[in-house]
Ligand binder design. Structure first.
Ligand code: ADP
Length: 227
């Protein structure tokens, strides 16, 4: 199986001296659903931000489909790796949902027709058809979470990285989102990496789990890790 993401000896220290990651090694294979679990402050978000070049460390290496992120421009990385932030307000900033979903594809320089097609498909995938003209800030929290995933899906990434996708959702919205994430993986073959401290959702969300607490302290199937 081909490696979608390869991380070698990745360490990261914030400018105030906080050591957030220590020698992290990870391989995510194409088509897998992998969860990264660990307590608050374990370094999960810091780790995810390295997967599409938002953060960059001089200690260690991240490769996407075999290419080191050191060697490609950020515009190229974001075509392959889409990140859904924990807080949807970090993702949604335009006056309408259409504009938010069109923003990324327009910046890729795609033609208007193609942009419209992508927005339509992403809304449909997230069960948000008809929401084009809604103001993102007036949506419910569950709708915002779906909208922020739709904004990433309109970029048609091959790898989807989600930071705490189920946090603060009611049981119905949580079940819906878990179903959609599984569908994206199983039907569209998108490789999924999820950071979460919602361990109850892990068996449904992931085939394989890494336990992170600054370092990787365990790795295995969901069954193995939780038994
Ligand atoms: P998690 O996502 O697992 O909760 P984070 O990656 O957010 O963990 O944080 C890992 C560590 O890095 C924590 O100690 C946190 O306080 C610290 N940290 C996060 N962001 C910053 C920052 N911008 N500057 C300094 N320290 C940070």
């Amino acid at each position: 199986m081909r490696e979608a993401i390869t991380v070698r000896d990745l360490s990261y220290t914030y400018s105030d001296g906080t050591r957030a990651l220590e020698d992290v090694n990870m391989a995510v294979y194409e088509g897998e659903r992998v969860a990264i679990v660990g307590p608050n402050g374990a370094g999960k978000t810091t780790f995810l931000l390295h997967l599409n070049g938002i953060l960059h460390s001089t200690e260690g290496q991240v490769e996407v489909f075999g290419t080191s992120l050191d060697k490609v421009k950020r515009e190229e990385i974001i075509k392959d790796v889409g990140i859904v932030f924990q807080d949807p307000d970090d993702q949604l900033f335009m006056p309408t949902l259409f504009d938010d979903l069109a923003f990324g594809p327009m910046n890729l320089g795609l033609k208007e027709e193609e942009v419209r097609e992508r927005v339509k498909n992403a809304l449909s995938t997230l069960r948000l058809s008809g929401y084009e003209n809604r103001c993102p800030h007036h949506l419910s929290y569950g709708e915002k979470k779906k909208a922020s995933l739709a904004a990433v899906m309109s970029m048609e990434p091959r790898i989807l990285v989600l930071d705490e996708p189920t946090a603060n959702l009611d049981p119905r919205s949580r079940a819906e989102l878990v179903g959609i994430i599984k569908e994206l993986n199983e039907r569209e073959g998108i490789t999924i990496v999820i950071a979460t401290h919602d361990v109850n959702a892990v068996p449904a969300l992931a085939n394989r789990v890494y336990v992170l607490n600054k370092k990787i302290i365990a790795e295995g199937t969901s069954q193995k890790i939780f038994s």
